[in-house]
Design a protein around this ligand. Structure first.
Ligand code: NDP
Length: 341
């Protein structure tokens, strides 16, 4: 049945520093009833919450346009087709879409991907089998180029990107050192994900811990966070170390340069002296790797060689609070919102 009301969360104002509830507004608007030619009317089942959304809330130059004030917050979704005017799509089909923080939307059929109707875990298309999983796969294998016997360090170690990076690196024969916020996350990284060690970055002595955990230095540092973790990593980088720069979530809420001392000179000296490869990447430019990624990841999951955990919140209205928590590190696993059954 097609409802009359679409509930959506819009960007009410641009955050100054950390987002607050006042930056979001829940609205009820008329639900579109009839898709146009080549379009689908979709009902959101699952909404993905991801750190990149913080960047879309701000103005300023970036690799993607910001969300406009008053517009629906952007985001990946798993949806059910309620009405179709596109060849090859039937009512009831499940699709992967980018319809954002709302219960219903019309989308062009060529902007969605049909999902296997028998897949027992449709929400995984937003995580380990979707954008975060592909990010880990491409960033690690194509840029990080891990070799057996090398040491890899990754922070945000229990999130969807970090957890996948660490587990693939273990499959490739690396020693894997995770960094995470708190003892519960560190225990999960070792006991459930199979990391060799995981360090709590909330402890004062992170550098000393990292030095002890990386006696042979660091060959691959998969950069997810920046901040004080990066500062601890710089002195441990080996000759010809590789640093895929995936994200710097510790700095996403900055309104001024971080407090000193400034580590830029130490970083650039290490890059030069150690001939470090430091390479940023945006996953949208690597979609040609999807097919191989899906084949490998489905096999690893089926064989129990990759473990995946979701942190599920229920109801669209919970999205702002959960997103604010994501930027604080409250999530344990991939954060998704269950919008409808
Ligand atoms: P997560 O679910 O892991 O969430 C972010 C995590 O970052 C938090 O849970 C927290 O974990 C950690 N964190 C937050 N603040 C700090 C801090 N000050 N210092 C250290 N850690 C912090 O996110 P994802 O796995 O989805 O994403 C990981 C990174 O990858 C992000 O930077 C994201 O922007 C980036 N990314 C980049 C893509 C690209 O195309 N380049 C695509 C997808 C993601 P903890 O409590 O363990 O510290």
């Amino acid at each position: 049945m097609i409802p009359n009301i679409n509930r959506r969360i819009v960007l009410a104002q641009r955050p100054q520093g950390r987002p607050t509830p006042a930056d979001f507004r829940l609205e009820e608007v008329a639900c579109p009833q009839h898709p146009g030619p080549g379009e689908l009317l979709l009902e959101t089942l699952w909404l993905s919450l991801d750190p990149y959304m913080r960047g879309r809330m701000s103005e300023g130059p970036s690799y993607a346009e910001p969300v406009a004030l008053g517009e629906t917050m952007c985001g990946g979704t798993v949806c059910r087709v309620l009405a179709s005017r596109a060849d090859g799509f039937e009512v009831g089909d499940r699709v992967l879409a980018m319809t954002g923080w709302q219960t219903h939307a019309v989308a062009p059929a060529n902007a969605v991907r049909r999902l296997d109707p028998d897949d027992p875990h449709p929400s995984w298309a937003l995580g380990v089998l979707g954008m975060p999983g592909l990010t880990a796969y491409v960033g690690l294998l194509d840029i990080g180029q891990p070799q057996a016997g090398e040491t890899l360090v990754v922070a945000a170690a229990t999130g969807p990107v970090g957890a996948t990076v660490g587990q693939i690196a273990r499959l490739k024969g690396c020693r894997v050192v995770g960094i995470a916020g708190g003892l519960e996350k560190c225990a999960l990284a070792v006991d459930e994900l199979g990391f060799d060690v995981c360090l709590d970055h909330h402890q004062d002595d992170l550098y000393a811990q990292l030095k002890a955990a990386t006696p042979d230095g660091i060959d691959v540092y998969f950069e997810n966070v920046g901040g004080h973790v990066l500062e601890a990593v710089i002195p441990r980088l080996n000759t010809h170390a590789r640093v895929p720069v995936c994200g710097v979530v510790a700095w996403y809420n900055l309104t001024a340069p971080p407090p000193g001392p400034n580590q830029l000179a130490a970083l650039m000296r290490s890059v030069l002296v150690n001939r470090v490869t430091l390479q940023g990447f945006i996953i949208g430019e690597h979609l040609h790797r999807q097919r191989e990624f899906h084949t490998d990841m489905r096999a690893w999951l089926a064989e129990g060689r990759i473990h995946y955990r979701e942190d599920v919140v229920v109801g669209l209205a919970a999205a702002p609070g959960a997103f604010m928590g994501l930027l604080r590190g409250d999530n344990l696993g991939k954060l998704v919102v269950k919008v409808a059954d």
